[in-house]
Design a protein around this ligand. Structure first.
Ligand code: GLA
Length: 731
């Protein structure tokens, strides 16, 4: 078992080939953090971290008067509140007497093979007990009778440790959790860059790297969703860390609602990372004997740069987060009608598009927004999931049959969490929305949010979905969510539980999507939130692929997909080839570049095929055929970033299959320049001694990786691209 417990030194050592994580209990009382980083074979020291005299402003805990021990500077595993550690706390509790001070003490531990499930929450999983081991440490405040269990799972073959926390009220009085984070991690120095993925609608996951400064740096969402504005991800990288070399400490929260992650540097240049559900807008009533389960945090350690970090996330999420029939299945080539028709379609127009799509090799037709109620604009009908008989008088089943008759699969768009004020559902149940009664109600995209914390509301929506899915053959669902939550309040909750609404909403959403994805295992689900507004590990547990962005412009997508690739593998990212000039940014990019970028993930189209010339259709047909040839490489291969479009004019990446026999390099130029510098691209992931054929020439793997390739001199205009396929020819 890759967890050793040394009774003599009271230490816990979680390890695998790639990492070690060490904790020790001081004086049977304080759970201190000792080490996290490269593998150490055996940790033999007894709390070697020096205790030095600090000023009187760093109090000593009870029983440690006149010693050098203070929680103010110690490296802790799960820092509490009011106990003399003035840095970011991992939790905050208000007890029946209105006070907060809590001092957790070590109680004991258990070990188990495998990884326990987190009831009602998404989490990474293992299929065999040998794939991971779990250490659970119990801490408690005997006076307050608060008990906290810290769960640490170390994966055997990945540089990954997951953390989760349970809070138990062992007392006989109700208490309130004002803050209930999922992890804290103290690092002994502060020599890091902070890496994050902020964004905006249609400009998601923009890679930002800045030196970590003193004070606290917070990345969060208070929107009721993980959001386009931020991703629940943060990484600390050594300043010299590159894509391939150097240390990275990353964390990613398996949750889709409000979150907070922070990196704080204290006055002694130590760094504390914390993360979990955002404390703002959260207060959980914990009755006697009740338990609160905080969601999972994934920690990735890489000693081999950002690519090492991404390989770990990609492998973890492909095999230990995504679930269901599609986890290991090739994903179909899609056509989606949205940018072609918007709300303006009828069956004839859809079938015309589908027929052309089939002719060029598309496998799945997705009917987007506008098929239900009387939805001719984005101001009505959400909540009324019955077909619009004006647009589709023969019904959905007829359309689905016709699409299947063409030899294609059929998919449908839903936005189940939302309701339009102009809907029969709202007219019947105006109290089913999240809002404060008799208080002004704000809309976003003309819509309100259903109270998914309520089981009756979820059941009513579920019944509507079941009615559609029961009568129509549907192979794919695009599950959208297009606004953030305001005035989060639920009619069913008492005053002292109103601040539970947002987390209860998430638990309700998870319960519903778990139920639907389990009962319709043959349906492939696409997670969408106006693009990547909820593209987070929580949703990826239920839905194996996500619409990364409403921006389909090739140059914007170059950046969005590059940023997304830090944490998610290509098979989780949906990318569609669209028209030029682009609908979102008005930019014209060459068709070949739009194809190259959208083929670097799950390929699809959002194009008006009926307006294409025969020559254009031939090009598209060839692109789809090419994608099918390379689909396994792209969807199941290893992904490597080669050139960062956020710090360079251009961007590049590559795919390598498991056998290192096939690879594809994609290079996209930004603006062309006169007298431009040549760019050398050093390939990654190839077999060093293998011989690869590319562009009619033969190269050794090590030449391609160390000498590299020059591609940008071939590109003579803005936004041109080069795609180079490599085939191993020596075996
Ligand atoms: C969101 C999605 C789009 C499309 C529209 C439909 O913006 O991200 O892809 O489905 O909704 O209204």
């Amino acid at each position: 078992m890759p967890i050793t417990v040394n009774q003599a030194t009271q230490s816990f050592h979680l390890y695998n080939d790639q990492l070690s994580y060490v904790m020790q209990v001081k004086d049977h009382r304080f759970l201190l953090h000792v080490y996290y980083g490269q593998r150490i074979r055996e940790f033999t020291q007894v709390l070697p971290y020096p205790e030095v005299e600090r000023s009187s402003f760093s109090p000593n805990p009870a029983g440690y008067e006149a010693t050098n021990f203070t929680l103010d500077t110690a490296l802790q595993e799960f820092p509490g509140c009011g106990d003399g550690d003035y840095r970011e706390s991992a939790f905050a509790v208000t007890y029946a007497d209105g006070t907060q001070a809590t001092a957790l003490e070590y109680v004991g531990y258990t070990l188990e093979a495998g990884k326990p499930v987190l009831a009602g929450l998404p989490a990474t999983y293992v299929e065999h007990a040998e794939a991971a081991d779990t250490l659970t440490i119990t801490l408690a405040d005997p006076v307050r009778r608060l008990r906290v269990t810290l769960q640490y799972t170390v994966f055997a073959a990945l540089p990954v440790i997951t953390r989760a926390v349970q809070y138990h009220n062992d007392g006989d009085k109700t208490l309130f959790l004002d803050k209930a984070l999922s992890f804290a991690l103290d690092l002994p120095d502060a020599d890091y860059d902070l890496i994050q993925l902020p964004g905006a609608w249609a400009r998601e996951k923009q890679l930002v790297r800045t030196p970590l400064a003193a004070g606290s740096h917070v990345i969060d969402s208070k929107r009721g969703a993980s959001s386009v504005q931020q991703q629940p991800f943060m990484a600390l990288a050594r300043p010299a860390t590159t894509e391939t070399v150097g240390e990275v400490f990353a964390c990613h929260f398996v949750y889709s609602g409000n979150f907070q992650l922070s990196a704080s540097v204290d006055t002694y240049r130590q760094t504390r990372l914390t993360g979990g559900i955002n404390a703002e807008g959260f207060r959980w009533k914990l009755n006697p004997q009740a338990t609160f389960q905080a969601p999972e945090m994934v920690l990735v350690y890489s000693a081999s740069g950002l690519n090492g970090m991404s390989q770990a996330f990609h492998r973890l999420y492909r095999k230990h987060l995504a679930r269901g029939l599609y986890r290991d299945a090739a994903r179909p080539v899609i056509i989606n009608n949205w940018e072609t028709t918007y709300f303006d379609f009828d069956e004839k127009r859809l079938l015309g598009l589908a027929t052309k799509a089939k002719q060029i090799g598309v496998e799945l037709f997705v009917l987007d927004d506008g098929w239900f109620g009387h939805r001719n604009a984005d101001n009505s009908s959400l909540g009324d999931w019955t077909v619009d008989a004006k647009k589709l008088p023969k019904g959905l089943a007829h359309l689905s049959q016709a699409i299947h008759g063409l030899g294609m699969q059929f998919g449908l768009w839903f936005e189940p969490e939302m309701i339009s004020p102009d809907s029969d559902l709202y007219r019947a149940h105006p109290d089913w929305v999240l809002n404060v009664p008799d208080y002004p109600q704000s809309q976003g995209r003309n819509q309100l949010v259903l109270d998914f914390s309520r089981e009756d509301v979820r059941q009513a929506i579920c019944a509507q979905l079941d009615a559609v899915l029961g009568g129509v053959a549907i192979d794919f669902i695009k599950w959208d969510m297009n606004r953030n939550i305001t005035a989060a309040a639920s009619r069913l909750l008492p005053a002292d539980q109103q601040q539970e609404t947002l987390h209860r909403y998430m638990l309700g959403l998870y319960a519903l999507v778990d139920d639907i994805t389990t009962r319709y295992p043959q349906i492939l689900f696409e997670n969408c939130s106006g693009g990547g507004g909820r593209f987070d590990p929580g949703m990826c547990y239920y839905m194996p692929q996500s619409w990364a962005s409403d921006d389909t412009d090739a140059y914007e997508r170059l950046k969005i997909q590059y940023g997304t690739s830090l944490i998610f593998p290509p098979i989780m990212i949906d990318a569609h080839l669209s028209e030029a000039p682009n609908d979102q940014v008005g930019r014209t990019t060459p068709l070949a570049t739009r194809i190259a970028v959208s083929q670097s993930a799950n390929f699809g189209l959002m194009m008006n095929l009926e307006q294409k010339t025969p020559a254009e259709l031939v090009t598209l047909q060839a692109a789809i055929a090419d994608y099918k040839v390379h689909r396994d490489l792209i969807q199941f291969g290893d992904f490597y970033r080669l050139l960062d479009p956020f710090t360079h004019h251009d961007g590049a990446w590559m795919f390598v299959d498991a056998e290192q026999a096939h690879a594809r390099v994609v290079y996209v130029q930004g603006l062309n320049q006169a007298s431009k510098p040549l760019v050398n691209i050093k390939l990654l992931g190839l077999a060093p001694d293998a011989i690869y054929q590319l562009n009619g020439e033969r190269w050794r793997g090590d030449e391609l990786m160390h000498y590299g390739l020059y591609l940008n001199q071939l590109l003579t205009a803005d936004f041109q691209s080069a795609v180079v396929d490599l085939v191993r020819v020596d075996n």
